[in-house]
Design a protein around this ligand. Structure first.
Ligand code: KIV
Length: 273
């Protein structure tokens, strides 16, 4: 099967990501939730776009990722797909759409693939959701795992602190990561765990391990776009590098616009018909 798109851009595929790991090329991944931003980051050359359930926080203003629905995730994923030519698009299965039973999980994943045309799904958890992951994989849907800090379980954890610092939790994470590779996941996200543990996991697997707050020893990095662009004022964890201050840019631009409207300086004759 050709992986070229109609305009001859070589599409990123799950197997291409595994090849990138094999030759030591780091994988770049960012979230996006709409057409315009997806188009911008795709043209900039991002490898993977995650339609994250962080849309619940940064798009819908919820405190956690739990309230976002499958319909809402599909809406975001459809918009992102329209703006994307090159990047692999992965969509989070939202809370409540896969934990119940594996048939429900498969039905949710099928809806995402059929209705949005995205290329893979991401699921939080290890052994507890193995049956659901296996059923989805059997239907030919690529699955990215997600271990460590899994925000859909925030009510169980009670905090967003670093996970797997203790031996038992670290051992479970290592065994879950092995299991995810063995059953056929194409990649794993490790969120907010000690850098040394993440390095060990990445070194012991052949599938790519993408980190967020998991140090530099993983095969790639992911950040929430609103956070790295400086659009999310109150959020500054240690792992977050801000590459722009879009919040300030918007504030200045809107401030100038308001002044121009109030003073009658906008629009001018040249800007009128
Ligand atoms: O939903 C999301 O944005 C994520 C990333 C933090 C990995 O799952």
């Amino acid at each position: 099967m050709s992986t070229n798109t109609t305009d001859n851009v070589r599409k990123v595929t799950t197997s291409r990501l595994v090849e990138m790991k094999a030759r030591g090329e780091k994988i770049s991944m960012l979230t996006a939730y709409d057409y315009t931003m997806a188009k911008l980051i795709d043209r900039a050359g991002i490898d993977v776009i995650l339609v994250g359930d962080s849309a619940s926080n940064v798009m819908a203003g919820n405190i956690t990722t739990l309230p976002i629905t499958l319909d809402q995730m599909i809406y975001h994923a459809k918009s992102v797909m329209k703006g994307t030519r090159r990047a692999l698009v992965v969509v989070d299965l939202p809370f409540g759409s896969y934990q119940g039973n594996s048939k429900e999980a498969l039905a949710s994943a099928i809806r995402i693939m059929k209705e949005s045309h995205a290329e893979a799904v991401k699921m939080e958890g290890g052994a507890e959701i193995r049956e659901s992951i296996e059923r989805i994989l059997c239907a030919g849907i690529p699955v990215m795992g997600h271990l460590g800090l899994t925000p859909q379980s925030i009510n169980k954890f009670g905090t967003y602190n670093v996970r797997a610092r203790e031996k038992d939790e670290a051992e479970k994470l290592v065994s879950d990561a092995r299991m995810l590779e063995q059953i056929g996941c194409f990649a794993i996200v490790l969120e907010k765990i000690p850098a040394e543990l993440a390095r060990q996991v990445a070194g012991s697997l052949t599938i790519p391990v993408i980190g967020i707050g998991a140090g530099g020893g993983t095969d790639g990095q992911v950040l929430v776009m609103h956070d790295m662009l400086g659009m999310n004022d109150g959020f500054s964890p240690r792992f977050l590098r801000k590459y722009a201050n879009i919040g300030e840019v918007v504030n200045n631009a809107v401030g100038r616009y308001i002044e121009d409207v109030k003073s009658g300086d906008f629009p001018t004759v040249e800007e009128s018909y």
